[in-house]
Design a protein around this ligand. Sequence first.
Ligand code: 5GP
Length: 125
Amino acid sequence: MPIDPTAAYDDGNVFARILRGELPCRKVYEDAHALAFHDINPQAPVHILVIPKGRYVSWDDFSAKASDEEIAHFIRAVGAVARQEGLVEPGYRMLANVGQHGHQEVPHLHVHLFGGRQFYAMVPE
Ligand code: 5GP
């Protein structure tokens, strides 16, 4: 069910629970401000989610309210994960779904990293 990207942060969301260690994840990267783990329902041979540790509902929320330091750190973390996982040379796709039309389902900002195969249509049906 798509979420409202402008809603208040819900501490019960699944990624908040992963951050608190209440739910397991297949972690690939962690630093003081970001966590990356494999998607539970992968859409490609490599499908990793990168999330900030801060309480941000969506890209909209993050881009409006996060500090410049948080934003810079998160963008660098996404790049570091892609490099660590060997995605840069073959290439990869990254996206962030926002709200209803974006079909965002988890109300904690996450960037998807897809790799391991050729991608074609940028916006498939
Ligand atoms: P969205 O549609 O919000 O951009 O993507 C949410 C993603 O989170 C989906 O690709 C979904 O498979 C993934 N996901 C949902 N619940 C869990 C979970 O408990 N663990 C992991 N690792 N991924 C999850």
